[in-house]
Design a protein around this ligand. Structure first.
Ligand SMILES: [Zn+2]
Length: 295
C-alpha cells in the first residue's frame, strides 16, 4: 500500500512538473496556447473576453498569477502598454520580463499594418505607435502566431517540443481549410464595405477584402461627437454601407443612431475568444452575412 501511494505521489509530482504554467493577457491567446499545449499546459487569461484589453486595472490577483507562471503570453505592439508593466513588476518573477525567456509577445511574429507616420501627437488620440495590435482577427496572421508559440513552448518544455510542433501544424491546416468556407461566404454576402467602432477589425476586414469606410470613434480612444455621427450618417448613405460592426466592448449608441436613419445593419460582435478561435471568426463571418441579408 505504501509503495502504491508513493508511486501515485511521484506520478503526480512528475505530472505537475511537466505542466507548463502559462498566463495570457487575452482569452484569444489563452485559447491558442490551449490548442497547442493541450494537457501539457495550464493556461489562463488575465482579461475576460468582453473586456477592453487597452485599459485594464493592474490587479494584485494578476501579480499573484504571474508569480507562479513559467510563461507570459501577450499581444504586444503596445496593446497592453498601459497596464502589463505594473503587473510584471508586481509579480517579482524576472523570468517573465520583456527579453527574458518566459516572455512572449505575439506582435513580434507578424507584420503590422497602420503604423503611424511622422511625429506622434496625443491630440491624435490613443494611437498605437507600433502599428495596429489587433492582428489576431486575421486567421492567416494567427497561423504565424501559433507557429511561434509552439517554438516558445518547446523551448521551455523540450521533452514535448515535437508535440507542440505537431499540434501547431494540425491547427494551421484546420484554419486554412476553414478559410475557404469563410472567404466564399463573405463573397456571397455581397457586403463590400463596413464601418467599425475602433480599428479592432482592420486585419479581419483586410484579409476578407472588405473596405473600412470609417470608424465610429473619430480618433482612437475618443468617443464620437454629434458632429462626427452626422458626418458618418452622410457617408453611410453616400457609399451605401450595409454593415456596422460594433465591437462588444465599446458603446453602441452611436451605431444605433446611424442604423436608425440609414440602410445599414448594426452587428455587435465579439473580438476576443468566448469559446474558441474558430467560433470567434465564425461569429464575425455570420455578422457580415447578416448585414448582407439586412438582418
Ligand atoms: Zn486598439
Amino acid at each position: 500500500m505504501k509503495i502504491l501511494i508513493l508511486g501515485l505521489l511521484s506520478a503526480w509530482a512528475l505530472n505537475a512538473q511537466a505542466e507548463l504554467k502559462v498566463v495570457t493577457t487575452t482569452t484569444t491567446l489563452e485559447n491558442l496556447v490551449q490548442e497547442i499545449g493541450q494537457d501539457k499546459v495550464d493556461v489562463s487569461s488575465l482579461t475576460k473576453s468582453n473586456q477592453d484589453p487597452h485599459f485594464v486595472e493592474a490587479k494584485p490577483s494578476y501579480m499573484v498569477k504571474l508569480r507562479q507562471a513559467d510563461l507570459l503570453v501577450s499581444v504586444g505592439l503596445d496593446l497592453e502598454v498601459g497596464w502589463i508593466g505594473n503587473v510584471q513588476r508586481g509579480a517579482k518573477n524576472p523570468t517573465l520580463l520583456k527579453g527574458s525567456k518566459g516572455f512572449f509577445a505575439a506582435g513580434d511574429h507578424i507584420e503590422a499594418i497602420d503604423i503611424p507616420e511622422g511625429k506622434l501627437d496625443r491630440a491624435e488620440g490613443d494611437v498605437h505607435p507600433l502599428g495596429n495590435p489587433h492582428f489576431h482577427l486575421d486567421p492567416i496572421k494567427t497561423i504565424s502566431v501559433v507557429e511561434a508559440l509552439a517554438i516558445k513552448l518547446g523551448e521551455l518544455d523540450s521533452a514535448n517540443a515535437e508535440f507542440y510542433q505537431r499540434r501547431a501544424a494540425d491547427y494551421a491546416k484546420t484554419l486554412k481549410e476553414k478559410m475557404k468556407d469563410w472567404e466564399s461566404r463573405i463573397t456571397k454576402s455581397q457586403v463590400n464595405n463596413v464601418i467599425t467602432y475602433h480599428k479592432s477589425l482592420s486585419y479581419f476586414l483586410r484579409r476578407f477584402d472588405l473596405d473600412v469606410v470609417a470608424s465610429i470613434e473619430p480618433k482612437p480612444g475618443i468617443p464620437p461627437t454629434a458632429k462626427h455621427i452626422i458626418s458618418l450618417i452622410k457617408l453611410v448613405k453616400q457609399k451605401n454601407v450595409k454593415c456596422i460592426l460594433n465591437e462588444n466592448y465599446f458603446e453602441t449608441t452611436a451605431g444605433e443612431r446611424i442604423k436608425g436613419v440609414t440602410q445599414a445593419s448594426l452587428q455587435i460582435v465579439p473580438v476576443e475568444v468566448q469559446t474558441d478561435y474558430f467560433d470567434l471568426i465564425e461569429s464575425l463571418v455570420t455578422a457580415v452575412e447578416n448585414c448582407g441579408k439586412g438582418v
